[in-house]
Design a protein around this ligand. Sequence first.
Ligand code: NAP
Ligand code: ZN
Length: 352
Amino acid sequence: MPNAKAYSATSPTSPLALTTIARRDVTAHDVQIEILYCGVCHSDLHQVRNEWSGFLPTVYPCVPGHEIVGRVTKVGPAVTKFRAGDLAAVGCMVDSDGTCPECLAGLEQFCPNVTFTYNLPDKHLGGVTYGGYSDSIVVDQRFVLRVPANLGLAGAAPLLCAGITTYSPMRHWGVTRGKKVGVVGLGGLGHMGVKFAHALGAHVVVFTTSPSKKEDALRLGADEVVISKNADEMLKHAGSFDFILDAVSAEHDINAYINLLRRDGNITLVGAPEKPLAISAFGLIMGRHSLSGSPIGGIAETQEMLDFCGKHNITADVEVIPIQKINEAYTRLLKSDVKYRFSIDMASLRSE
Ligand code: NAP
Ligand code: ZN
């Protein structure tokens, strides 16, 4: 069994540090990937610190990372989609049963037997799966994606989670030209949401708590920017949105956004704060507003999103970091200080 270098956390309070993990030998349908870049998602931080203990308790040691791009180094004899030397990508899932109605509908993210890229039982090696803060990974070809050749790899990595998580609900809720779309929280997910809503032709309004991000929001494709702490500015948009994407990682007042929806408007939560959000019934009742959530997206839609990005030249705006800076990056994530995604250059791990 090949070993891999990785960064892991051993408890909710310990920093991530260098370790060695086992990866499985390539089986018939497997693709072995040398990881070149891995994006840093706020979900990595939530899980490393066991903030989702009620939904998905963290098993330690935890090797996070689910925004993976790399180069194929080896394939199993039954692999038809990839050859050694190809670029390849892996997102938040590495397995599912393949037979349930959700899988048959191409919605593997809803499969009751889905295996996330890290922190879920690993049916090959026992223990739990280990993610992309590592120099290599072995994944069934069904869960390996193609990366369009024109995209820069450091900025392409975040598409595998931040990209699909914002693209999928926008497609589901019919974001198109003529629609007024809000994006709440200009972080890793939010900035991808702005890029997609803009590319889909919508009128895009960014809601941010960070006045310093205003110029960036406009450059990323927003038509307007609202500093959400300013009640007067918020009020100007009351009852006007077809769709709002809430990508905030922490506790906040979602009712302030529900009130901005027009009749039958929808607000979709993709942000997954540690604590429950309080909802005012009347905000939903009056205006027949709906509130929903959305997890990542299926494999076929993830490939569709990557191809869309290839066509429109969309990648994440990244700050490339060596893996040795990961703990500092987490501290900055908590201060909303990232423009707009950290992407780990895995060469830094190889040379450690
Ligand atoms: P991120 O880069 O840290 O961005 C979060 C943004 O939320 C911040 O940049 C900030 O934007 C805003 N924010 C932070 N604290 C806030 C507060 N107290 N009040 C109001 N706004 C605040 O995080 P991310 O990686 O984009 O992830 C965002 C959330 O989505 C996380 O909870 C993550 O776990 C979740 N997620 C869900 C899925 C899914 O499948 N549904 C997938 C990936 C991630 P401003 O500075 O603009 O205010
Ligand atoms: Zn993620």
